[in-house]
Design a protein around this ligand. Structure first.
Ligand SMILES: [Zn+2]
Length: 65
């Protein structure tokens, strides 16, 4: 896994998306690309650790019975 840069460094995705799509990461407050309003943005490093923590067992929550 790559080492995250300092929190003052924005997520690379924040640099390539429109300014109004930039919001603080929900975990570390780093500037990152947020996906629509009401979403919970995670920078790529928090996303990475979240995936690691969740493992492969957690996928999109389904409402199927
Ligand atoms: Zn983060």
């Amino acid at each position: 896994m790559t080492t995250p840069p300092p929190i003052t460094e924005p997520d690379p995705s924040a640099l390539i998306c429109p300014g109004d799509k930039i919001g603080p990461c929900a975990a570390c407050q780093r500037k990152t690309h947020k996906y629509g309003s009401g979403g919970i943005p995670l920078c790529q490093w928090c996303m990475e650790s979240a995936k690691t923590a969740w493992g492969a067992t957690v996928r999109f929550v389904s409402t199927r019975p």
